[in-house]
Design a protein around this ligand. Structure first.
Ligand code: ATP
Ligand code: MG
Length: 390
């Protein structure tokens, strides 16, 4: 029996004239992601559905289902079986393809859509015939037209007949790339991977930037961040990952600047470097995992000091969220267990005991003038290491 995937795009339907472009990006993303994990698929658009057919006979559709669940821009999709344009074949395929699903369900109904008006039966007739056949063969099954456990859908289209059970929920959002690219400042914590996931859901491709401070931070800590980036990449697709050596700058901050301003100065240095790397990669914004008031460097005043050095918008999708809400998403995307592994981050190595929660720009600029940071920033940019993470 031949199986296909029927994909319904989500918000795409709202996008009017851009719809074609959005669909093209979605197809490109699905092709790449399915191609890497499962094998080659061929896509055709038909009405509001995109049909994906596997090029090889033995393609693993369970795996394809797992992959598609993580592709943004899909509201829902179905795995469907193809049948001949013949009611006897439709009945046969419906029973054998959906038997397991129907046997574990209590109730069902049949829904027929007949866009090929040459088909000799009406939709209600198809429903009756197929429904009766399923009831005869699966004794435990009952009909419930209002609230069925499984809706069996028979779509009689111009070229094919598709038969499927309940639709599988998609990841929603917009196809990655449809909104451009942005640079995620990623640490080994809980928040920044969630922030990357959320912005990628809004259609952004990601460049990830991580600041490491060896030997204060270890190789293991860096590997943990790489693992987190690859979890985000399961949703966002390929990420350009840049690792910046931040040691010299951090040591200079520690030596030359007042301790209560360490964190905010460090964040401004991160911003300056990130902006340059972001420009290199054609990014239109920076993304951080900050949440208002979570720590001293995330007060409104401290955020204003960080933003003051940025020439790009800084997206902070977690700004209004509680830690609990952030953790729920972190668990959902499979990042939490990795995030809580106890490795040091460059921020925690130099944490001041009493950070100033209301720094002023004047005070910070004066403190930053105590060392010549510009050449250090250049060196950090020159020595950045790049990786591609899929
Ligand atoms: P996270 O859980 O993302 O580490 P956090 O609550 O620990 O966040 P901070 O350590 O203050 O908060 O960092 C705030 C944000 O700054 C992070 O969400 C991240 O975007 C960025 N950031 C912090 N440390 C680094 C780092 N070492 N490299 C890159 N970005 C960082
Ligand atoms: Mg952190």
């Amino acid at each position: 029996m031949k199986e296909v995937l029927l994909i319904k795009n989500g918000e795409l339907a709202l996008k009017g004239l851009n719809r074609g472009t959005f669909e093209d990006i979605l197809v490109k993303n699905m092709r790449r992601r399915l191609g890497a994990a499962v094998g080659k698929f061929v896509f055709t658009k038909s009405q509001s559905t995109i049909i994906a057919e596997a090029a090889e006979e033995d393609a693993d559709f369970d795996l394809a289902e797992d992959v598609l669940k993580k592709v943004f821009g899909i509201a829902g999709f179905s795995r469907a079986a193809l049948a001949e344009k013949d009611i006897e074949d439709i009945k046969r395929v419906a029973l054998s393809y959906l038997r397991d699903e129907l046997e574990s369900a209590g109730t069902f109904k049949v829904n027929a859509k007949r866009s090929d008006k040459r088909f000799p039966m009406t939709s209600p007739e198809i429903c009756r015939e197929v429904g009766a056949h399923l009831l005869r063969n699966i004794p435990s099954l009952k009909v419930d037209v209002h609230n069925p456990d499984v809706t069996v859908t028979v779509e009689v289209r111009d070229k094919n007949v598709f038969i499927h059970g309940n639709q599988i929920k998609g990841a929603g959002g917009m196809p990655v790339g449809s909104a451009g690219r942005a640079a995620l400042l990623v640490s080994g914590g809980i928040d920044s991977p969630v922030a990357g996931y959320m912005m990628s859901k809004r259609g952004l491709q990601l460049t990830a930037i991580h600041f490491a401070a060896p030997p204060y931070t270890s190789k293991r800590a860096e590997m943990k961040v790489r693992d987190l980036v690859s979890i985000v990449a399961k949703y966002s697709g390929r990420v350009n990952f840049a690792i910046v050596n931040f040691t010299e700058i951090q040591e200079a901050i520690k030596e030359k600047c007042p301790e209560e301003l360490f964190t905010v100065i460090m964040r401004r240095m991160m911003m300056r470097i990130s902006l340059r790397l972001a420009e290199r990669d054609d990014c239109g914004a920076l993304i951080t995992g900050e949440s208002l008031g979570q720590v001293a460097s995330q007060t409104m005043g401290a955020l204003a000091c960080t933003d003051a050095v940025s020439t790009m918008p800084v997206f902070r999708p977690l700004i209004g969220m509680d830690k609990e809400e952030i953790i729920t998403i972190s668990r959902k995307i499979g990042a939490f267990e990795t995030s809580i592994l106890p490795y040091e981050d460059c921020c925690t190595v130099f944490t001041p005991k009493h950070p100033r929660t209301r720094p002023t720009i004047a005070l910070i600029e004066e403190a930053e003038a105590a060392a010549d940071f510009a050449p250090m920033i250049e060196r950090a940019i020159e020595t950045v290491r790049y990786e591609h993470i899929d």
